[in-house]
Design a protein around this ligand. Structure first.
Ligand code: NAP
Length: 350
C-alpha cells in the first residue's frame, strides 16, 4: 500500500516536515539516508550538514546554558552514541539534529536508514527505489535532501575536518581555536567574501586564497573585503595542502601559484574555510523534477514549496542556495508539510 507522505532527507527541513505531517495524522515515513563510507566522504550522512558542525548559536530556543541534563532526558539512550560530549556551551549541531529526530519519533514518525537512489514521478502513486533495493510507493513526497559544501578534495582537508577545517564560518567562526589567529578562506565568490568578512570579527588576519586575479563576487562585496584591513588576498594561488598535526589540528597551509610552477609558499594559520560553493543533493532526481541551472530544485510558485510535479514538494537547502540556514530550512519543512497535507486533502487522499 502506498505511503501517505514520504520525506526524503533528515536535516532540519526533513524533521520539521516529519513533525508537522505526523501531528496531522499523515503517518510520515522519513528516509534519512544511508550510513555508508561514500556518504561520509561526500558529507551526506544522515542528519545533514548540521551534524558536521560544532556549536549552533543562531538557532532560536537554545540559549547558552548548560543543556546537559535536558539533553540527557530528551534523547533515547541508544542514540546517545551519535552525540558529542556536551561541553555545557549551547547546543551542538549533532545534538540539535538528534533532538529534532527524537521529536519526530515522539509523534510517530517512522524512519528508514537508507538512500533513495531513483524516483519515478511520472506515475501516481510515486515510486522510490532505495540503495538496499526496496521500492516504496507514496501519494506525496517531500524532498529535503539538502546540499553539501564543496571542498577541494585534498586528503588533508578530510583529516582536519572539525579540527580547523570548515566550510561554514557562520557555524564555526566564533570557536576559541580561531580567535585572534590568522585564518585562510578559499574561493572568490560572494560566499568567500562574506565568510572572510565575518571571520575578521574573531581572527587576527584572514587570507583569501583565490585561483585567479579577480574575484567572481559582486563588486560591492569584493570591494568591502578588499577594503578590510584584516583581509589579504592571495591572487592566482591554489591550496596545495592543509598542514597540521593531531594535537593542534590545522597549523598552516601550503600554497602554490596558479601561474608560476616554481613558486610555493607556506602560511601559518589555525583555520581553513572552504567557500567554493555547494552542490545540491539532487542527482537521484535528474529528469524527474525541474532543477535550476545550478542543479537546485526549482520552486514553481512564490511562497509555496511546490515543484514541477504536483504532489512533490521541496524544502530546505535542496531548493535554496541563498539563505542556507537551519532555521530557514526548518521553516520551509513546515511549509512543505502544510502544502502536502492540503494537497492530499484536496485530492481526497485523507
Ligand atoms: P560561487 O559564486 O560559485 O563562487 C565559487 C568560488 O569558488 C569561485 O570564485 C570559484 O573560482 C571558486 N572555486 C570553485 N571551485 C574551485 C576549486 N576547485 N578550486 C579553487 N577555487 C574554486 O559560489 P558562492 O560564493 O558560494 O555563491 C553562491 C551563490 O550564492 C551566488 O549566486 C552568490 O551570489 C550567492 N551568495 C550571495 C551572498 C550575499 O549576497 N550576501 C552571500 C553568499 C552567496 P572562479 O571564480 O575561478 O570560478
Amino acid at each position: 500500500m502506498a505511503e501517505h507522505v514520504v520525506i526524503i532527507g533528515s536535516g532540519p527541513a526533513g524533521w520539521a516536515a516529519a513533525i508537522y505531517t505526523a501531528r496531522a495524522s499523515l503517518d510520515p515515513l522519513v528516509i534519512e539516508g544511508a550510513i555508508t563510507e561514500d556518504n561520509r566522504l561526500k558529507g551526506t550522512l544522515p542528519l545533514g550538514q548540521l551534524a558536521l558542525t560544532t556549536e549552533v548559536e543562531n538557532y532560536p530556543g537554545f540559549p547558552i546554558a548548560n543543556l546537559g541534563a535536558y539533553l540527557a532526558g530528551a534523547i533515547a539512550p541508544e542514540r546517545k552514541q551519535y552525540m558529542a560530549d556536551h561541553s555545557g556551551h549551547g547546543v551542538s549541531g549533532p545534538e540539535l539534529m538528534e533532538l529534532m529526530r527524537q521529536q519526530a519519533v515522539n509523534f510517530g514518525t517512522r524512519i528508514v536508514t537508507d538512500d533513495v537512489i531513483d524516483v519515478d514521478f511520472s506515475k501516481h502513486p510515486f515510486r522510490l527505489t532505495t540503495l538496499e533495493g526496496k521500492t516504496i510507493e507514496a501519494l506525496a513526497v517531500i524532498v529535503a535532501t539538502g546540499a553539501r559544501a564543496n571542498y577541494l578534495g585534498l586528503d588533508s582537508e578530510e583529516q582536519f575536518k572539525n579540527a580547523g577545517v570548515s566550510a561554514c564560518a557562520v557555524c564555526d567562526g566564533a570557536l576559541p581555536r580561531f580567535r585572534n589567529k590568522p585564518l585562510v578562506v578559499v574561493g572568490g565568490g560572494d560566499s568567500a567574501m562574506e565568510e572572510a568578512g565575518y571571520l575578521t570579527k574573531f581572527a587576527s588576519k584572514v587570507y583569501i586564497v583565490h585561483r585567479r586575479d579577480k574575484f567572481r563576487a559582486s563588486k560591492i562585496m569584493a570591494d568591502r573585503a578588499l577594503k578590510n584591513p584584516k583581509i589579504e588576498p592571495k591572487w592566482n594561488t591554489i591550496v596545495d595542502e592543509v598542514l597540521g598535526n593531531e594535537k593542534a589540528g590545522v597549523t598552516g597551509v601550503r600554497l602554490k601559484s596558479a601561474i608560476d610552477p616554481h613558486h610555493q609558499e607556506e602560511l601559518d594559520v589555525s583555520g581553513y574555510f572552504a567557500a567554493i560553493g555547494h552542490t545540491p543533493n539532487t542527482d537521484f532526481l535528474k529528469g524527474q523534477l525541474k532543477l535550476n541551472e545550478k542543479g537546485y530544485i526549482a520552486w514553481t510558485t512564490p511562497q509555496r514549496t511546490y515543484t514541477s510535479v504536483e504532489g512533490v514538494f521541496a524544502a530546505g537547502d535542496v531548493a535554496d542556495d541563498y539563505y542556507r540556514q537551519a532555521i530557514t530550512a526548518a521553516g520551509s519543512g513546515c511549509m512543505a508539510a502544510l502544502d502536502a497535507e492540503r494537497w492530499l486533502a484536496a485530492k481526497g487522499f485523507e
